[in-house]
Design a protein around this ligand. Sequence first.
Ligand code: URA
Ligand code: SF4
Length: 205
Amino acid sequence: KRDASPFVPDSHELSRLREASLRCAGCDLYQDATQTVFGAGPANARVLMLGEQPGDREDREGEPFVGPAGRLLDRALAEAGIDRDEVYVTNAVKHFKFVRAERGKQRIHKKPSRGEVVACRPWLLAELDSVRPELVVLLGATAAQSLMGPSFRVTAHRGERLDAPGEFDGRPEWVVPTVHPSSVLRAPDRDDAYAALVADLRAAA
Ligand code: URA
Ligand code: SF4
């Protein structure tokens, strides 16, 4: 089955991984996206934040969480007492998946399929092996299911500090599931949704 593994180098040094990821063709998503958006942050971060996939802005800039969802996440992290500069940030899927609006040039985010999440997982596993964080914050269902399996439900566990699955051998030791910052931007009651995200992040702090 096709996935990212043939593109992942033996060396799990972050700079090597990042460079190799730029040539990944492990699924079809590289074809329409501008570039691979690899993770960013300190190589020895104790906390890793896992999102879904890059958005429009991230696709153009090549950096994770630099668009509207990223700004909201920055603010929520600060409020929860987590230093953004000490956190490694990445996504379950490293290419932007989108559909074009019928007229105009707007690119509309499309949720990655389970197959695409699984295809991209070798990059995430290599990042985890390299950074060896103590804790992973799972931002939304796609991130949570990439790490915890397809039957995991964020709504049943948000804000809880859970043991990471045994396959990770203690790195990470814990995960904290929460919602995706984009869902806060779309929520009917944005203030409540934002406060709930901050409360979940405090469990990670
Ligand atoms: N949403 C994500 O999940 N990741 C990003 O990098 C940006 C928006
Ligand atoms: Fe490779 Fe992941 Fe991009 Fe698919 S989404 S081409 S697996 S980096």
